[in-house]
Design a protein around this ligand. Structure first.
Ligand code: DP6
Length: 332
């Protein structure tokens, strides 16, 4: 008897980390807690069709309508890892059709939006089977660590910390933000080609990093400062933490056992200009993920003024206007 297929559709955003996840332990758990802002305009749409009760697992993966072997292999590995706990997944044919509103593999976390969207669909399928007993955030984490944060908004916290009640290495929770005015993220696309080092390779470098212990202590201290900045709605103190974290992340890459660097000359030019703008009275702070693109964080009310200023200096610059947004959710 032929089975009817199950169909799900999810929309899930990327997120930008203010405190960076860099280094893993156990099964996709972070060596230090991280905190991020969930975005609004940079998101993934994923449709999943599942035919259950098959002999073997089969995955057809399409990115923007095209089969993509690299992502397909990562997704198969992910679904098989979930299949250890949920064997039903080892006997399904999956068709995954996905698209992003932004360039992938360029330092905007497409793995965060991609795996959170896929986890929403797979979680819904497992729920329909009556066997889901994990949070969707923890399912997403197993695909890509930062993905667990995209399922919480507007600010997400992931990783055990004495400073944040209810925090856990397994899933993200909401970070309290009542006093903070609405924030903007302007993402300057300085390099859209595929980056030379994946985040996963970078995480591995932390296993034997000479500054690993120092890094963990630094994050502990910054989480206290972060809490204080958010409880007072103190954007300037938050900005200082955001920039320290970006610079430390890239310094860790450059001082890794196998050093690498992902910033480009354009990244540095823009960082210098942002410093100048601040001296001129504009409150905006940069952050970087594992890539050359620069995220400029400011209060939402200052977003257009800042774009104008940057365009005066760099008229040809490409950017995405974004802001704090909604967590990933199922559409169907
Ligand atoms: C620099 O979540 O992409 O963006 O768990 O191996 O998929 P995997 O890594 P990933 O790492 C993100 C690293 C980062 C910082 C962050 O988003 O916290």
């Amino acid at each position: 008897m032929s089975q009817h297929p199950f169909y799900y559709k999810a929309k899930s955003p990327s997120n930008i980390a203010f405190i960076k996840y860099w280094g893993k332990k156990n099964t996709q758990e972070p060596i230090n807690p991280s905190m991020s802002m969930t975005l609004e305009n940079c998101y993934t749409l994923t449709e999943l069709t599942v035919l259950a009760g098959q002999e073997d697992i089969k995955v057809d993966f399409f990115l923007d309508g095209m089969m993509n072997e690299k992502f397909q292999l990562r997704v198969i590995k992910y679904i098989k890892s979930l299949g250890e706990k949920y064997p039903v997944l080892n006997h399904c044919h999956f068709k995954i059709e996905t698209s992003n509103t932004f360039p992938h593999s360029s330092g905007i976390a497409s793995s965060a939006s991609g795996f959170s969207a896929l986890a929403l669909c797979l979680g819904a399928f497992l729920k329909d089977q009556g066997i889901l007993n994990d949070s969707v955030s923890s399912l997403a984490r197993l695909g890509s660590g930062s993905a667990c944060r995209s399922l919480v908004s507007p600010f997400a916290f992931w990783g055990n910390s004495d400073e944040v009640i209810g925090s856990s290495d397994e899933e993200a929770i909401e970070f309290p933000c009542e006093a903070m005015p609405e924030l903007s993220d302007i993402i300057f696309l300085l390099e859209t080609k595929e980056k030379s080092h994946s985040s996963s390779l970078g995480h591995e470098e932390m296993n034997f990093h000479p500054y690993k212990k120092v890094r963990i202590e630094q994050v502990k201290r910054r989480i206290k400062e972060l809490k204080s900045a958010f409880s007072k709605g103190d954007f300037s103190s938050l900005g200082k933490i955001i920039e320290e974290e970006a610079l430390e992340l890239h310094a860790l890459m450059m001082t890794s056992p196998h050093p690498f660097w992902l910033m480009s000359p354009e990244t540095l030019n823009l960082m210098n200009y942002i410093k100048e703008l601040r001296i001129g009275g504009l409150d905006a702070f940069f952050t970087l993920d594992a890539g050359a693109n620069l995220h400029l964080i400011s209060l939402k009310k200052d977003q257009d003024k800042i774009i104008e200023k940057v365009k005066e200096k760099f008229p040809a610059i490409n950017f995405i206007k974004d802001s704090q947004g909604q967590a990933g959710h199922l559409l169907v």
